[in-house]
Design a protein around this ligand. Structure first.
Ligand code: MGD
Ligand code: MGD
Ligand code: SF4
Ligand code: MO
Length: 721
């Protein structure tokens, strides 16, 4: 079985093709390397998807590789809290330590006593997708958590309910649309999400150059809003009313000949019409601040567009009504005739089809519930907002050992400080991570895998979400050193050694299959998976064209054949959504007199973990609370002052910066800051450590999917001190 790709190193400057795995845009890179050093990074112009695009973070991928603070060998914690030190240990010892303790806890307290949390970079690692999933399955724990429930869970749940598969997600055909409505997303900073769209700035310029329009709904006049044709403020957490009102306009207000018609494979139009009957634009205006006339006009423009598409992302999915919003977005695209149509919301045809091949399960909901709060699982995961109580509440099924993989839930999940406070009470904690950070500092042992430039890569996730069909295999740029391990090797060892220690014996045949599956390299598996597809792309062809192979624009007219749902039907009105719209209808209109806190992203941040990079952290500080000048004046607070921000959950002290870009009544903090813990600075961040927005977000505020409502948190702002 071919294992990883051999890498040659020389002392001359050499060009190598690499790939950036820091965000969903998956840009192709051209690196100049000298020996084991990266001396230049640029976008690869020959890449058929990213076409030479690169952002500041792409360059900083070299900083991660060279970072002296990055762990390369396992470390064991000696001591506690701020007095802890770390000692390097051998891999064998580290694997045994993990397996001994996992097995001990599982034997004594059952499968659910082992909790796992998976962070965002898992989606960006081939080895995690091929081998991590096998490891998590082998654990059989119900206490499985991930960053998904502070992110895109509503998209997955709604896709599962409407189309029959959680990852059968419609992608905006940005390169051909003529009308693009962006709600709660800031691709100018984030580079796109659930829409792999390298070089968003150019694609947005092209859209306008061909006469198209981009409209943005966002409580902040973002970088994306500033290049759009139109931007409207929407009060945080109220998009559901706006979207349902647009559906109301499409259905209740259309003249008989313009009433929406749906394809014969679509069920439930009548139910939708009924559901939105009372959600008038006037009602939406009262809640959201967006004028009823504008809502009517936007709905009309969507219906009239040659090709239009509505797109919503984390400002909405990580809100109180994420699933209803995402359902409404899909309905708008369907009822306006834009689903599965060129320039609309389209389905990709990736060379490795994780949906069609069943590589990723269809998804499910409420197959079990969390022990303490009784929250339903979605797609095999419990809401991460429940993790802390599952660790601290005694009883059967209590989480006593934890494995985190590529995650930092102390900074990235609601009420992070309190989670921070209970991690030290675990019997045992292990982390697969490349840094000691706010979360992994509690681990008994950290096992660091190789990083992007040291491993082969094929994107199993983001080709599935890309605005163009392409395929690309990127061999490792640098060989790993003999005392480094790939993540898939770490997952293999943890799985095999833990299973071997359990009294629950797996039948020999099953064990041999598992071992073979875990021993095959990710690269080998990619070769196999490609052969199962119908694209004609093989690993050999990809190796011959490392910039990637273009498979053309997204294809329309694929439904109903490609619908994953049984019977190839599309359900416009799934029960769960119908019930949640009823709950929305019964919800009193939010009072509107409180300040509401929302998040934000900056093009030089990468969630919580790139603040060691000098090139990304220099420049003006950007961690401040942004607030409208009128709201500051109301409170006699001056621009630049230190303020105290208080929510039901907690309170932080931070500098405030006046900004007209914020809707009055709305304040904003970025996530991924708050690096000072117990008096220790966890990064070399040259700016200030900042504060964590998730010391204010509330684990009780959840969407029906279990996703955290991180945006729209009521807060008070007062002068500090
Ligand atoms: N309030 C608020 N909170 C948010 C958000 C928000 O918008 N507002 N956004 C949410 C979203 S969308 C997300 S995705 C989450 C992210 O939340 P997390 O995934 O929990 O956190 P990250 O900051 O991405 O941390 C990634 C970790 O992976 C490690 N790492 C990096 N590369 C590798 C690798 O190759 N292998 C391994 N094993 N480890 C690696 C890093 O050192 C770091 O510790 O945050 C969420 N939290
Ligand atoms: N530079 C950078 N890029 C990233 C990341 C990063 O940390 N930094 N993280 C990556 C990850 S993990 C993800 S998931 C993606 C996320 O990608 P995006 O979804 O584009 O993320 P944001 O830039 O946070 O944009 C969310 C927008 O929603 C707005 N918003 C907040 N609340 C509401 C609301 O109630 N209604 C409406 N309509 N809007 C609201 C915010 O003002 C913000 O502009 O970005 C990825 N790319
Ligand atoms: S846009 Fe995303 S993938 Fe491209 S270089 Fe920047 S961080 Fe990397
Ligand atoms: Mo994310």
């Amino acid at each position: 079985m071919s294992t990883e790709t051999p890498v040659q190193t020389s002392t001359q400057d050499e060009k190598r093709i690499g790939v950036c795995n820091l965000c969903e845009a998956i840009c192709g890179l051209e690196l100049t390397v000298r020996g084991r050093e990266v001396v230049g990074v640029r976008g690869n112009p020959a890449d058929p998807l990213s076409r030479g695009h690169i952002c500041p973070k792409g360059v900083a991928i070299a900083d991660v590789y060279a970072d002296p603070d990055r762990l390369r060998r396992p470390v064991r914690r000696v001591g506690e809290g701020s007095g802890a030190t770390w000692e390097e240990i051998g891999w064998d010892e580290a694997f045994d330590l993990v397996a001994d303790n996992f097995a001990r806890v599982i034997e004594a307290h059952g499968d659910d006593a082992l909790g796992v949390y998976l962070g965002n970079p898992n989606a960006h690692s081939l080895g995690s997708m091929t081998h991590g999933t096998a490891m998590f399955k082998s654990f059989r724990t119900k206490n499985r958590y991930s960053a998904t429930s502070v992110d895109q869970l509503p998209h997955q749940l709604v896709a599962h309910l409407m189309f029959g598969h959680q990852l059968f997600l419609p992608i905006p055909d940005i390169d051909r649309t003529s009308w693009f409505l962006v709600i709660g997303a800031n691709p100018m900073a984030s580079n796109g999400s659930l829409m792999t769209v390298p070089d968003f700035p150019q694609r947005a310029r092209d859209l306008r150059a061909r006469g198209g329009r981009m409209v943005v709904l966002d409580p902040r006049r973002t970088e994306t809003a500033k290049i759009a044709d139109e931007h409207h403020f929407v009060r945080p957490g109220t998009d559901a009313w706006v979207l349902l009102a647009m559906l109301h306009v499409l259905t209740a207000e259309a003249s008989p000949d313009a009433a929406p018609r749906v394809a014969s494979y679509v069920d439930g139009l009548g139910a939708v019409v009924e559901l939105v009957a009372d959600f008038t634009p006037e009602r939406a205006e009262a809640v959201s601040g967006l004028a009823a006339t504008e809502i009517r006009r936007l709905a009309g423009e969507l219906m009239a567009a040659d090709a239009g598409v509505v797109y919503s992302r984390i400002g909405v999915s990580a809100g109180p009504w994420g699933s209803v919003c995402q359902w409404a977005v899909n309905c708008l695209n369907i009822l306006s005739g834009n689903l599965d149509r060129v320039g609309g919301a389209m389905f990709t045809s990736p060379a490795i089809d994780a949906v069609g091949t069943g590589l990723i399960g269809r998804g499910h909901h409420d197959a079990w519930r969390s022990r303490v709060r009784g929250l339903p699982e979605t797609a095999g995961e419990l809401p991460v907002s429940a993790l802390r109580e599952e660790i601290e509440t005694p009883g059967e099924g209590q989480v006593r050992a934890l494995l985190t993989v590529a995650g930092n839930p102390v900074l990235s999940t609601p009420d992070g400080s309190r989670l921070d406070g209970v991690l030290g009470d675990l019997d045992f904690m292990a982390a697969v991570d490349i840094y000691v950070n706010e979360t992994t500092r509690h681990a008994d042992v950290i096992l660091p895998p190789t990083t992007a430039l040291e491993r082969d890569h094929y994107d199993l996730v983001f080709h599935l979400l890309a605005v163009r069909n392409t395929a690309r295999f990127t061999p490792a740029v640098f060989a790993k050193e003999s005392d480094q391990r790939h993540d898939w090797e770490i997952f293999r060892e943890i799985t095999l050694r833990t299973t071997a220690r359990l009294s629950r014996k797996v039948p020999l045949k099953k064990r041999l299959v598992q071992r073979a599956r875990l021993t095959a390299s990710p690269t080998f598996l990619v070769g196999q998976l490609l052969r199962r597809g119908s694209s004609g792309v093989t690993l050999k062809k990809l190796r011959a064209r490392p910039a990637g192979i273009d498979l053309g624009p997204l294809r329309g007219g694929q439904l109903p054949e490609r619908l994953p749902a049984k019977g190839k039907r599309l359900d416009l009105a799934p029960d769960l959504v119908v019930k949640d719209v009823a709950r929305l209808a019964a919800t009193p209109v939010p009072a509107g007199d409180e300040l509401l806190l929302i998040g934000r992203r900056h093009k030089q941040d990468c969630n919580s973990w790139m603040h060691n990079s000098e090139r990304l952290t220099r420049g003006r500080p950007r961690h401040q609370l942004l607030m409208n000048p009128a709201d500051l004046a109301d409170r006699d607070i001056t621009d630049g002052a230190r303020v105290r921000v208080t929510s039901r959950i907690g309170s932080v002290e931070v500098e405030v910066a006046a900004s007209d870009d914020l809707m009055p009544g709305v304040v904003s903090l970025p996530h991924g800051y708050g690096h000072a813990r117990d008096g220790v600075l966890m990064t070399r961040s040259r700016g200030v450590a900042g504060v964590s927005i998730n010391d204010l977000t509330d684990p009780e505020l959840l969407d029906v999917s279990g996703n955290a409502a991180l945006n729209g948190v009521p807060v008070a702002v007062t002068p500090a001190g």
